[in-house]
Design a protein around this ligand. Sequence first.
Ligand code: HEC
Ligand code: HEC
Ligand code: HEC
Ligand code: HEC
Ligand code: HEC
Length: 243
Amino acid sequence: MHDRRLVTEGIRVSRIFPKNSRQIAAALGLGVVLFGGLITAGVTYYFTPKYTRVGYTPYQPVPYSHRIHAGQLGLDCTYCHTNVFESPHANLPSPNVCMNCHDPAKGNIKGDSPLLAPIRDAFKTGRPVDWVKVHKVPDFAYFNHQIHVNRGVSCVSCHGRVDQMVEVRHEQPLSMSWCLDCHRNPEPNLRPNELVTKLDWDSAKDWKVSPLTQNTDSQEAFARKMVKVSALHPPTNCTTCHR
Ligand code: HEC
Ligand code: HEC
Ligand code: HEC
Ligand code: HEC
Ligand code: HEC
């Protein structure tokens, strides 16, 4: 009984649709699901507020201030983030870097400050300080510091005026559209590599004709020259960042 009905239905269907209709229907169904998924991803991508992460300022175990150390004392970023020009990841300093100044046995600046107790403990025990990460791109996206800072893109383009921050604040969205905005038009963000860690450097005010600026008389002229001479061309194809 059951079998007969199935067979007749099969025949009826096969009259209207070609023989492989089931596969076609299945393929269509899958297509609809995939297409829907793509639309959802697209809508999420374009309509998610660009600035959701901006402003994130986690509480840190030690109230370390970039404003004091990088701003007022004028320590270069690479004094602590030593790897940023040589590695995909910018490292955080180990406690012995802080102890250059804060060790009671050495510089003894605030050597007995309770605020520095976690640093002294980490120094003694060798256990790392539990700094809370501020910036993070998802694992499915690839980012690399070395490539950017050696191409004249300053920390300030992506992290803002860290030298004025008491606590590091998430300044830029680090979203895909944000990456692509610069990749499509990097020129306004280019400067001589030697000035990459000078966050207060103002290309309009401080531009001088010098060997450093390749004897160009403006930032625009410098950027045009860099793009041409070093064939600088940030890629925008998907596999650049999704490998
Ligand atoms: C004396 C050491 C020191 C110097 C100099 C220094 N930093 Fe830092 N930096 C730290 C420490 C410690 C942290 C981790 C604690 C925090 O986030 O405040 C940090 C965190 C950061 C972060 C956030 C990392 C994350 O979790 O996402 C950024 C961005 C950063 N520094 C940029 C800079 C820039 C740009 C400069 C130069 C203008 C600079 N730093 C100079 C010690 C330093
Ligand atoms: C080149 C020397 C130098 C280095 C290196 C250095 N500091 Fe400092 N630090 C100072 C000076 C100077 C002050 C300001 C002291 C004052 O206010 O009288 C200070 C102040 C501080 C304070 C405030 C202490 C208080 O009781 O007010 C903290 C916290 C601190 N530093 C953390 C760190 C950490 C964490 C590191 C390593 C990532 C570090 N410092 C590296 C020189 C340094
Ligand atoms: C083109 C944009 C860009 C530039 C330029 C840039 N950063 Fe970053 N930075 C990022 C991104 C994106 C992350 C998050 C990386 C991740 O999750 O892997 C980050 C993370 C960091 C971190 C946390 C550790 C890490 O690698 O995840 C530190 C510290 C840091 N940056 C310091 C610096 C300093 C210092 C400079 C300048 C010498 C600089 N950055 C230049 C985009 C940039
Ligand atoms: C302010 C400008 C700027 C921003 C923002 C920026 N980039 Fe770039 N990016 C560049 C420049 C300039 C290059 C170097 C291009 C070259 O050498 O031809 C580059 C190169 C790269 C490369 C290397 C490509 C290759 O294989 O040669 C990767 C990967 C990359 N960027 C990823 C990212 C990601 C991911 C983000 C966002 C989190 C980002 N970038 C944000 C300017 C930027
Ligand atoms: C310059 C680097 C870069 C390029 C090129 C790039 N992406 Fe992305 N993409 C990212 C980053 C960074 C994120 C993570 C964004 C975030 O955390 O908000 C991302 C996220 C995504 C997501 C997740 C959706 C979302 O909003 O989080 C999808 C899907 C995606 N990318 C697809 C693509 C496709 C397709 C292409 C090629 C047309 C492409 N990407 C090219 C950097 C890039």
